[in-house]
Design a protein around this ligand. Structure first.
Ligand code: ATP
Ligand code: MG
Length: 486
């Protein structure tokens, strides 16, 4: 990345190490962060020019293969051509303008990327959503985001229609489909017939580009807004993942039990690299290629971020001490960071402490810079003065053959204030075992596997655990029930 005239220019053979060194010089204040940036015009269109001049290898810009083996391959020029057509659909046909918000709920079909690049070209703020969303989830997202346009499939169109009357701001509905539906525009037909004449809008690096809804593990999903700059920066770094043969397995979003890792390895011969991150800034820690894997650890800090364990006064804690996982955010807010939680300045302010952004998660860093996840702040159980992370108790439980999965939360206790309670999903082989003896068996097992004070004094067997759409355990829901909160 070579900034000149305050615009990013991208080196044709961009290497991650170039990005890091550029990033370092921004961080050290040696170079000014450019004022304007747009990933479509400053990166994709530049690569298209380089491609046209024959100065780059003939790798496709975009290569998509589905489960049936169908392929779509585009050069940078083709990607540019098609995404300009889509930009015209959005601006001319749908009347969307810079700053307007668009909800995009599609499976990962080529149109998904076309819309994304088209939105960059037009300055439209994109709000992606998974196709697993229910009508209720869509209603919440439409209402809080104030989106004026939605693009989805014919499969989800009825769900949108069932709630659309409660979303006064929603003006345009576009469907990626071969068929038609009343009140909907046909995206596929419209973009094929559009002109490809579109000039990319000029955007400031801090202009909003995308709003991600967080997973909603701890409450209603928050809107983490990312800028043109923060969005542009990651796609550049994700170049490293090439799925030619399965060689690397990655897990993230939830702690990875060492037991699961062990089982995976014994059945596939492969190790799982853990990634720890947040919607707010992407990858925070990870096990990178060639790094030693330590079971139960999430790897080292991502090169872009200065990750530390801090205390409640923002002091950095030494290796081995438990505290809050934080990322240095001052004096320069890292480029990959979200801008704010939209319409929620209080929540945004809560993430700031001294020179740091606090993740809301607790962890420990070891002497080698590896991070271990302890738990979300709110999930930590304080029993008789001891701090207990649910994850270590869950790790111990899952080693027992009767346990399929578990969630550990705090539960009220007249003597200790709160105690450890485990909600356990039993393996079918143990469904007829006497529950009383099974409980004491599980308790003994945990006492032997971790420090005895961490054992679950209360155990409840359940058929399933409450989870988010993406499969994250909603421990707060179980905890609230325990404490009689709604
Ligand atoms: P919400 O903020 O809406 O309550 P969420 O925090 O689950 O939901 P995401 O941004 O999708 O939303 O998830 C980030 C969180 O997921 C992290 O803060 C952390 O608690 C957890 N997480 C992510 N990766 C890992 C990991 N490798 N190990 C343990 N926890 C992880
Ligand atoms: Mg979160």
């Amino acid at each position: 990345l070579k900034p000149s005239n305050k615009t990013f220019h991208v080196h044709p053979r961009l290497l991650s190490s170039d990005v890091y060194s550029q990033y370092e010089s921004f961080r050290q204040g040696k170079q000014e962060i450019p004022k304007y940036f747009n990933f479509a015009s400053d990166v994709l269109d530049k690569w298209s020019e380089i491609e046209k001049a024959g100065k780059r290898p003939s790798n496709p810009a975009f290569w998509w293969v589905n489960g049936k083996g169908e392929e779509v391959k585009w050069s940078f020029e083709e990607l540019g051509f098609l995404s300009r057509k889509v930009a015209n659909v959005l601006t001319k046909e749908c009347g969307l303008q810079k700053g307007d918000r668009l909800i995009l709920i599609l499976p990962r079909i080529p149109e998904w990327w076309l819309v994304k690049v088209a939105c960059m070209r037009a300055g439209i703020v994109i709000i992606p959503g998974t196709s697993q969303l229910s009508a209720k989830d869509i209603l919440y997202r439409l209402q809080v985001s104030k989106a004026t346009c939605i693009i989805t499939t014919d499969k989800l169109a009825p769900a949108v229609d069932s709630v659309a009357s409660q979303c006064q701001l929603l003006k345009t509905k576009l469907m990626v489909s071969k068929g038609s539906r009343e009140g909907w525009l046909n995206f596929t037909e419209m973009y094929q017939n559009q002109s490809a004449d579109h000039s990319c809008i000029k955007t400031k690096i801090q202009d909003p580009m995308i709003i991600f809804f967080t997973s909603g593990t701890t409450g209603f999903p928050k809107m983490a807004q990312h800028s043109q700059g923060s969005l542009g920066f990651r796609p550049l770094l994700s170049e490293r993942y090439k799925f030619m043969n399965l060689k690397y397995c990655i897990s993230g979003g939830e702690p990875l039990n060492p037991e699961v890792m062990e089982q995976w390895k014994s059945q596939t011969g492969l190790e799982i690299c853990e990634v720890y991150g947040q919607t707010e800034m992407g990858v925070i820690c990870s096990v990178y290629g060639g790094m030693k894997i330590k079971p139960g650890s999430m790897g080292k800090a991502a090169p872009l971020y200065d990750v530390q364990i801090i205390d409640k006064n923002a002091n950095i804690l030494p290796p081995g001490q438990q505290g809050e996982i934080a990322i240095r955010s001052k004096p320069i807010r890292p480029l990959g960071f979200f801008s704010e939680y939209l319409d929620n300045p209080k929540k945004t302010a809560e993430t700031e402490r001294g020179d740091f952004y606090v993740t809301g998660d607790r962890g420990i860093m070891d002497e080698e810079g590896y991070f271990q996840f302890i738990g979300r702040n709110d999930d930590i159980i304080i029993s008789s003065g001891y701090r207990i992370g649910p994850f270590e108790v869950e790790n111990a439980l899952i080693e027992h053959p009767a346990v399929v999965e578990s969630a550990v939360v705090s539960s009220p206790d007249p003597l200790r204030g709160e105690v450890v309670k485990a909600f356990v999903v039993l393996s079918p082989n143990f469904s007829s075992t006497d529950k009383k003896s099974l409980i004491s068996d599980l308790q003994d097992h945990v006492k032997k596997t971790t420090a005895p004070y961490k054992y679950p004094r209360k155990v409840e067997f359940v058929k399933e655990l409450p989870k988010t759409i993406t499969g994250k355990i909603k421990r707060n829901e179980l905890r609230d029930k325990e404490w009689g909160r709604t």
